[in-house]
Design a protein. Structure first.
Length: 116
């Protein structure tokens, strides 16, 4: 029968704490990569005459509809032009309306430009 000594228990606790800390840090980094509409608006990342409410709706679609099927890609991983093709293709799969796709594209394009 194995005996659990203090060193073995302390080592297991240390590994558990490090895993939890890494998980928390990973979640925080992921959220930081998905800027809010208000952050984009405050940072001046919107095109002239862009609607803040449309930007908010676009982000909401991104974090709910897109995340329902796969991980969220940070918007700055793709250019606004690349997002145009992605949104066109994926909006059909997600059954988004034209208005929803336009709001999503507005958000992703603005976030893409802001993150570069």
């Amino acid at each position: 029968m194995k005996r659990w000594n203090g060193t073995r228990i302390a080592g297991m606790l240390l590994v558990a704490v490090l895993c939890i800390a890494a998980g928390i840090a990973g979640c925080a980094a992921g959220k930081a990569a998905i800027p809010t509409a208000d952050e984009l608006y405050a940072g001046g990342a919107l095109p002239m005459g862009a609607d803040l409410d449309a930007l908010r709706r676009g982000r909401a679609i991104f974090v709910t509809e897109c995340a329902a099927c796969h991980r969220l890609f940070p918007p700055n991983e793709y250019s606004p032009e690349q997002w145009r093709g992605i949104v066109k293709r994926m909006s059909r799969r997600a059954s988004l309306s034209e208005d929803q796709a336009a709001d999503l594209l507005l958000y992703l394009s603005a976030a893409s430009r802001a993150g570069k």
